[in-house]
Design a protein around this ligand. Structure first.
Ligand SMILES: Cc1cc2nc3c(=O)[nH]c(=O)nc-3n(C[C@H](O)[C@H](O)[C@H](O)COP(=O)(O)OP(=O)(O)OC[C@H]3O[C@@H](n4cnc5c(N)ncnc54)[C@H](O)[C@@H]3O)c2cc1C
Length: 370
């Protein structure tokens, strides 16, 4: 590796991969530093693989704009490059009158955001589309879907490499220091500690992105960049349920997530999740004692499931800017020039819909740098 490079991207999750590929065009040295042995081993491979429509987020927020833009880009890319994907649509279900009112609000919100194909459904209409689902009312989102996230990660990795990006795996960024208008980055790999100077840093470090900002000298308490971890667990369902429901089914959401939902994978397996509870550290074990909670949360709209058919599956951790009691927080995608850090671009709090929005986020960062 040269002693000096143009751009250092920290993290090879979907955001680092997409962004590195986007900005590599026309630049000499773009290096991606990734602490794991390869790309995409953290949040980018521990999620629902759902292409979100862009309904839930406040109008004008980055989450709303980049989700809708990213969704369209993602469907196009998957179609063009043979990455598995199905626009199977989703129904968000309401049980009581409070939830029906909330659903109507969601319809308004989504429509304001530019999701123009939403439809409110009566109980009979829900039954007609999904005979095995119980609901007082529903909201149909035809543009929601599922896709092969690993296929996307592999494609983005290949594309970034083709465009000249270099990947340095097994290498953790442990220090950042300003030096002559650039950044001296301290890295640790199996040979020890060394450093490299970069003109630009893209902080795409997911669950560590607040710490990377702090290493660079940003006061994360003052800027509100400190992350809270919110764990989401999944349980799988027995194969006998495979053909019971053909769409994604979501309930009224819990405060920190979109609620425990029913989803199919591209190979036809059925999963329930993710749950949402705040945790202190990173631990991907699924607590089997949560089974009853999963069952109780979903039984009200999936009357046919049996407790013994739920099996612990996997878990992921959301890098959330909002704590348990906080209001909505948007993605942070900021060039920290005004804070006195020209060339440092922070991407913090890239939780859901980060996967859906990844291609649009990359384009947004590309524009910031041009
Ligand atoms: C339970 C759950 C369900 C979700 N479901 C969906 C969904 O259905 N649809 C959707 O659109 N989004 C979903 N998301 C959100 C989506 O998964 C994330 O927004 C996205 O994967 C974030 O990607 P990333 O690249 O920012 O983070 P990551 O994939 O975590 O990548 C960050 C990388 O940075 C590396 N790194 C960290 N620190 C350092 C360091 N110091 N030095 C070097 N490397 C470092 C890490 O090793 C990691 O590889 C979900 C998230 C969760 C947790």
């Amino acid at each position: 590796m040269p002693a000096e490079i143009d751009v250092a991207v920290i993290g090879a999750g979907v955001i680092g991969l997409a962004t590195a590929g986007e900005i590599a065009q026309g630049r000499d040295e773009v290096f991606v530093f990734e602490k794991n042995r390869t790309f995409g081993l953290e949040t980018s491979s521990r999620n629902s693989e759902v292409i979100h429509a862009g309904i839930y987020y406040p109008e004008g927020s980055l989450k709303a704009k980049l989700c809708i833009e990213g969704k369209n880009m993602l469907y196009e890319l998957c179609g063009k490059h043979n990455i598995g994907c199905r626009k199977l649509s989703k129904i968000i279900v309401a049980e009581d009158q409070n939830e029906v009112t909330w659903l109507e609000g969601l319809y308004e919100q989504g429509t304001k955001n530019g999701v123009n194909d939403l439809a409110l459904l009566s109980r009979t209409e829900v039954k007609k589309l999904e005979p095995n689902i119980e609901a007082t009312a529903g909201l149909l989102s035809p543009s929601s879907g599922i896709f092969d996230s690993h296929g996307l990660l592999k494609f983005l990795y290949g594309q970034a490499r083709e465009r000249g990006t270099q990947f340095v795996f097994g290498t953790e960024v442990i220090g950042i220091e300003r030096t002559g208008g650039k950044y001296r980055i301290q890295i640790r790999d199996r040979d020890g500690i060394s450093d490299v100077v970069a003109g630009v840093i893209l902080n795409c470090a997911g669950l560590n992105s607040d710490r990377i900002a702090q290493l660079a000298g940003i006061d994360i308490a003052k800027t509100g960049y400190r992350l809270h971890y919110c764990k989401g667990e999944y349980f799988s369902l027995d194969s006998k349920y495979r053909n019971m429901v053909s769409r994604l089914i979501y309930p009224a959401p819990e405060q920190a997530g979109h609620g425990i939902h029913w989803r199919q994978t591209l190979d036809g397996r059925v999963l329930l999740g993710p749950s949402a509870h705040y945790v202190e550290g990173i631990d991907y074990a699924v607590d089997e004692t949560h089974k009853q909670y999963f069952y109780d949360s979903t039984k009200r709209f999936l009357r046919f499931i049996e407790l013994e058919d739920l099996v612990p599956e996997s878990a992921g951790i959301r890098p959330k800017l909002q704590g348990p009691e906080d209001d909505f927080r948007d993605f942070v995608i900021t060039h920290e020039e005004k804070a006195g850090f020209p060339g440092l671009i922070n991407l913090i709090g890239i939780e859901s819909p980060g996967l859906t929005a990844a291609l649009a986020i990359a384009r947004y960062v590309g524009r910031m740098m041009s």
